[in-house]
Design a protein around this ligand. Structure first.
Ligand SMILES: NC(=O)c1ccc[n+]([C@@H]2O[C@H](COP(=O)([O-])OP(=O)(O)OC[C@H]3O[C@@H](n4cnc5c(N)ncnc54)[C@H](OP(=O)(O)O)[C@@H]3O)[C@@H](O)[C@H]2O)c1
Length: 333
């Protein structure tokens, strides 16, 4: 049988478990030109919240339909094929829906994985997958940290943030993370090598808190959150600082807050660059190779927030927005 997580209703604000339901169906026949995969892991990625609202479709994806499988990223293995380019046993990281099996004609966004996986398969969804590569491209292409820099990272305890911080440490920077709980702050500093953390909450003056922890200002800001967090970071940036914009989770599916201090980009001569990892598709091997080297050497860790079973997928997705995850959120099927 094949199980699918469907969008049972459109989330209002942050998604909750009850927005999703699990359906069961017979495994499909494989028509000519298609292949069937068994999906071993589902990666939970906050960005997919953007396509859950009605009329939210754009050039990347159409708006998700009610009672249809939810689009996501999965680690898959081909189990039947009538497609010339895909053979039984091929391992893929693919933009497939949250399902135990997927039927594809190969037109989906698919990255092939090596035939022999050196690391635990789930690592190819996290540190060696989309989020780890986002940390890699954002840090090494845009942020370019040095030992003279104070690097500030928002969403620091999440999938991207944990890897981004460890990469910045490898380049010798002082690294400070913004997180939502004291437990996560302690974990970042004691386990992942962050130098300090700033706690965010609805009633703190975030700009003031950053200033207290980064008294000499911020040279590099790696942003996963956007909105008020971005505004607070801008006001702490040093002259000619660099900002790598990876995501804006605070504005997904809700009316986003716009920073009111953008003129500081001018007065401080800041460099600001956003990036989408899938546009660097042709450099995935390079990114995976460097991240693999660091993993092999024990220079970086790959923390996971792992849940088990297709019925946990909705909760796992909601956890991202509730800040429950320490590291990459993943469901093993
Ligand atoms: N550009 C790209 O190609 C690319 C690729 C992958 C991911 N991304 C982006 O990278 C970011 C991280 O993605 P992820 O899926 O891996 O999630 P994640 O970082 O694993 O988890 C999200 C974390 O963000 C924090 N957060 C949640 N809601 C927030 C809010 N309203 N305000 C402030 N902080 C909030 C929570 O931590 P605390 O409660 O501890 O703060 C949560 O644990 C997302 O914005 C995502 O869209 C971009």
């Amino acid at each position: 049988m094949m199980h699918s997580v469907v969008l049972a209703r459109r989330p209002v604000g942050n998604p909750v478990e009850a927005d999703f339901a699990v359906n069961e169906a017979q495994l499909p026949e494989v028509p000519s030109g298609f292949f069937l995969t068994r999906n071993d892991f589902i990666s939970l990625d906050a960005g997919f919240r953007n396509w859950m609202n009605e009329d939210s479709g754009d050039e990347v994806l159409p708006a998700m339909a009610l009672n249809e499988p939810v689009m996501g990223l999965v680690l898959a293995e081909v189990i039947a094929s009538r497609h010339a380019d895909y053979a039984v046993g091929d391992k893929l990281m693919a933009r497939f829906a949250w399902q135990t099996h997927s039927l594809s004609d190969g037109s989906d966004f698919i990255a092939r994985l090596p035939a022999q996986l050196e690391f635990a398969p789930s690592a190819y969804m996290g540190v060696l997958g989309d989020t780890g590569m986002s940390a890699y491209f954002g840090m090494t292409d845009i942020a370019k940290p040095t030992e003279n820099d104070c690097v500030l990272i928002s969403g620091a305890g999440g999938a991207v943030g944990t890897i981004a911080g460890q990469i910045a440490k490898l380049y010798g920077a002082r690294v400070v993370g913004i997180v939502g709980s004291q437990a996560k702050a302690d974990w970042l500093c004691h386990t992942l090598g962050y130098d300090a953390a700033v706690l965010r909450s609805a009633d703190t003056d975030l700009a003031g808190e950053i200033r207290a922890v980064c008294p000499e200002g911020v040279d590099v800001f790696f942003d996963n959150v956007g909105g008020q967090t971005l505004e607070a970071a801008i006001s702490n940036m040093n002259h000619r600082g660099r900002m790598a914009l990876c995501g804006a989770i605070s504005g997904y599916g809700v009316a986003p807050y716009g920073p009111n201090n953008l003129f500081e980009l001018v007065t401080k001569e800041l460099s600001v660059e956003g990036f989408m990892t899938h546009f660097r598709h042709e450099r995935y091997d390079e990114a995976r190779e460097q991240l693999s080297t660091w993993l092999r050497e024990g220079a970086i860790q790959s923390p996971e927030h792992r849940l088990q079973g297709i019925e946990s997928v909705g909760k796992a997705f909601a956890d991202l927005f509730a800040g429950e995850n320490f590291g990459k959120t993943i469901v093993a099927l």
